[in-house]
Design a protein. Structure first.
Length: 92
């Protein structure tokens, strides 16, 4: 026995579009804000991360993101430490 179809209100060719929520800067943690980009990488690097993702389970894009994040913060830590040492030695 078939179920009765629900009648759609409005035009059948168009769907209702929700108004986008406008976020304030304080509502968004930068580490959670993802940005779509197009980037060209060497094929061997992509193959490496795809294989690693297959072994570890997960997505290769996330592994690339994680690796970039670790590299950036490692550099920031080194730069910060160097800056503190220079300040302590009076070198500016």
């Amino acid at each position: 026995m078939s179920r009765p179809r629900k009648r759609k209100t409005g035009s059948s060719r168009f769907r209702e579009v929700m108004q986008p929520r406008i976020y304030e800067e304080r509502d968004i943690a930068l580490s959670n804000a993802k940005v779509n980009i197009h980037i060209r990488l060497d094929a061997d690097l992509v193959a490496y991360f795809k294989e690693k993702a297959k072994r570890e389970g997960g997505r290769y894009q996330s592994l690339i993101n994680q690796h970039l994040r670790q590299t950036v913060f490692k550099e920031r830590n080194v730069e910060g430490r160097l800056q503190r040492i220079e300040e302590q030695l009076g070198i500016n």
